[in-house]
Ligand binder design. Structure first.
Ligand code: SAH
Length: 325
């Protein structure tokens, strides 16, 4: 399915045709143009010839939980992964913004494959559409799959707006989140954008030295500049930022690390989400005791802390595991 081509084709028709197509494809979730009964027969025939609705994907379902991972084959043959996390009350899709990633964070599988290319916005949309066709309504979108959203900023914003569009997925901005490694320009642009989505930042270390050793791009965007951008974001939007922190055994999980992290959070309204490390080779996860004492120190310093549950580890669908497995 090539949404870019479809939209271009419909540019020859009055605007309301595009609206009808959006409703049919993203709300009625049709898989064949014959089902688009709101459209005249001629147009349906033309679309059937010119604009396939097929999505070429392989899917795996976790045996541990309900998580599903789909590997979608794109027109140029490259493959992108996307994950569905179904819950009792809401379905979340984790969307990739790039094929691969250029950042090479030491704990992340995607970095190991390097960057293949940026995705077009509609290639992000297709990821959620694939799962919507299987389970119906998608309630949450997290741009936390392969790639760095802010290194593909324009397409990512287009995708977020599309998900938000009441004529398509109609997902409220507060139910859309984006996670960045800390690309400062992106944080500032989002602060100025008219888009009320949630921002998460992959922090993972409280000092420049440690962070640069885990996340090489920290050399380009050191903590001082990162927090300056985050302060600006808070000023402009009044929205709290979520900081992701993977606990890596004997690397970033000491009491001192916790105190330093608390210091970075001081006076800021943000909150920290502690993440269990999902095996990708080099590191080990911190023990439960370490995690509890790390959490206590943050809480005692008045920092709001949560823990991210991880899903789909057995299908290599958990955070940091997307890549050439
Ligand atoms: N590039 C963006 C978007 C990816 S989001 C970013 O860095 O935020 C994926 C999240 O999973 C990030 O917080 C990332 O740091 C985290 N992650 C990467 N590898 C992981 C691993 N092995 N275990 C747990 N989390 C991991």
């Amino acid at each position: 399915m090539n949404l870019g081509k479809l939209k271009k084709l419909l540019a020859n028709y009055p605007d309301y045709r595009w609206d009808q197509v959006k409703r049919a494809v993203f709300q009625e979730l049709i898989t064949s143009w014959e089902e688009a009964t709101a459209l005249p027969v001629d147009l349906r025939t033309e679309l059937a010839e010119e604009a396939s609705l097929g999505i070429n994907a392989k899917e795996v379902v976790s045996l541990q939980d309900e998580t599903r991972k789909a590997v979608i084959k794109l027109e140029d043959g490259s493959e992108v992964e996307t994950v569905l996390m179904p819950h009792k009350t809401r379905n979340t899709v984790c969307v990739s913004t790039q094929v691969g990633c250029s950042l090479n964070c030491k704990f992340c599988m995607t970095g190991k494959m390097g960057l293949v290319r940026n995705l077009e916005y509609w290639e992000m949309i297709v990821q959620a559409l694939f799962f919507a066709r299987e389970i119906g309504k998608i309630d949450n979108i997290v741009f936390m799959g392969m790639g760095e959203p802010f290194l593909n900023y324009e397409e990512f914003v287009c995708a977020a707006e599309f998900f938000n569009d009441e004529k398509t997925f109609n997902i409220g901005a507060r139910n859309i989140s984006v996670s960045t490694v800390g690309v400062v320009e992106g944080i500032k642009k989002l602060a100025d954008a008219d888009l009320q989505i949630n921002l998460a930042v992959s922090l993972h270390a409280p000092t420049n030295e440690l962070r640069s050793s885990l996340i090489p791009v920290n050399r380009k965007y050191p903590l001082e500049e990162l927090f300056e951008a985050i302060d600006y974001y808070l000023e402009q939007t009044n929205r709290k930022v979520m900081f992701e922190y993977i606990l890596l055994k004997d690397i970033n999980d000491s009491k001192n690390d916790a105190r330093r992290l608390a210091n970075l959070m001081k006076g800021r309204l943000h909150f920290v989400n502690l993440i269990n490390y999902n095996p990708t080779g080099e590191f080990q996860a911190s023990s439960e005791e370490k995690k509890e004492s790390f959490k206590k120190i943050l809480e005692n310093e008045g920092v709001k802390v949560g823990e991210r549950q991880s899903f789909g580890e057995d299908i290599k669908g958990a955070c940091g595991q997307l890549g050439k497995n």
